[in-house]
Design a protein around this ligand. Structure first.
Ligand code: DNO
Length: 343
């Protein structure tokens, strides 16, 4: 595996130098944030980003995310042009050594939480989700930090109406349509596409969510067998779905998991959860068992610690402060080292 760390570009308050100081950091997972969703990422911008990483001694082999325009998800007539742009972005990224692209296919909203700073007894705080609170939120006014949005607030309203007519079937067909048309660019460049699961993995505000567990994985592989069509295995997202057996999935799909986001959850009840430190003993996911299953399945992809808590008085970007993610990386380094040596 290759350990990586998410970096939000030059605007990130965490420097590349700090990231490099975390033991075993091979590179960063980053993106270009100032190109509107749907447009081609220009070579010059990619070159500049890569140069910053090179200078810091960090690789830039993973991009998270190249966002997918809502018209592609909706299957609108404009999609062919937008898909051609996406394929061109893949080709451009390939020229700079990118090997893996993380993306998602969630209608309108990316990850959803109802509290960005839930306080724990030990004084730390973290992200949490309460279903009842979510149902009271008005989707028309919803925005969370770190989303890649392709719409303005005005467009959001009409998008919400358009999605009212999109079924699970239709959304899945649109995903397959998109993937089939970008696979040639992946074949040319060797880039693996790694879809991020829906977070949390159930329908939101009446909109379909289709990447929720084992069945979705099977369906995707059957529809687009090309090996460049793979997964970002996000334990926190999939783990919120109480029916998902993460160890079974990790082992079964290890050869298609190109990127692993590993983090811990503490279940508050049937639907609700609070994000915890990465350690197995601090939550309900068997992080050790998941790492073991990945290694035994032959996983050779990229790993990153996922959302961290705010600890030591840090007031970081929700989920993306330095300290707890660095602790998470160290814990995961230890688990991988032990499991790989004993395997
Ligand atoms: C949240 C992240 C997601 C993820 C996208 C991938 O912290 O895991 O925002 O980057 O869904 O496209």
């Amino acid at each position: 595996m290759k350990m990586t760390f998410r970096w939000y570009g030059e605007k990130d308050s965490i420097s590349l130098e700090y990231i490099k100081q975390i033991p075993n950091m091979s590179g960063v997972v980053t993106a270009i944030y100032d190109t509107p969703v749907g447009e081609v990422w220009e070579l010059d911008k990619i070159k500049k980003l890569k140069a910053l990483c090179d200078q810091a001694g960090l690789e830039m082999e993973v991009i998270e995310s190249v966002p997918v325009h809502e018209d592609i998800k909706l299957g609108k007539s404009t999609r062919d042009k937008l898909i051609a742009n996406y394929a061109q972005t893949i080709r451009n990224l390939g020229k700079f050594g990118v090997k893996c692209i993380c993306y998602n296919f969630m209608p309108v909203f990316d990850w959803l939480r109802t509290d960005l700073k839930k306080k724990a007894k030990d004084g730390s705080n973290s992200l949490s989700y309460c279903h009842k609170t979510l149902l009271k939120l008005d989707p028309k006014n919803l925005r969370l930090p770190g989303w890649d949005e392709s719409y303005s607030l005005e467009e959001l309203n009409s998008l919400l109406e358009e999605y009212a007519h999109i079924t699970h079937e239709k959304l899945f067909e649109n995903l397959v349509y998109f993937l089939k048309r970008i696979m040639p660019a992946c074949d040319e460049t060797g880039i693996n596409m790694a879809i991020h699961p829906d977070d949390p993995p159930w329908d939101m505000f009446g909109f379909p969510r289709i990447i929720t567990g084992k069945d979705s994985y099977n369906r995707m592989i059957n529809a687009v067998p090309n090996l460049h069509n793979g997964f970002t295995f996000c334990t926190g997202s999939l783990g919120a779905g109480r029916d998902n057996d993460l160890k079974e999935m990790a082992k079964a799909y290890a050869n298609r998991i190109y990127f692993a986001h590993i983090r811990q959850l503490k279940y508050d009840n049937e639907t609700d959860f609070t994000e915890a430190g990465h350690l197995t003993s601090t939550g309900d996911l068997d992080i050790f068992g998941i790492v073991k299953a990945l290694v035994q399945g032959g996983f050779t992809g990229y790993v990153r610690p996922d959302h961290g808590r705010n600890i030591w008085d840090e007031d970081g970007k929700p989920g993306y402060g330095l300290y707890d993610r660095a602790l998470g990386a160290c814990y995961l380094n230890g688990l991988f080292e032990a499991v790989e040596k004993l395997n």
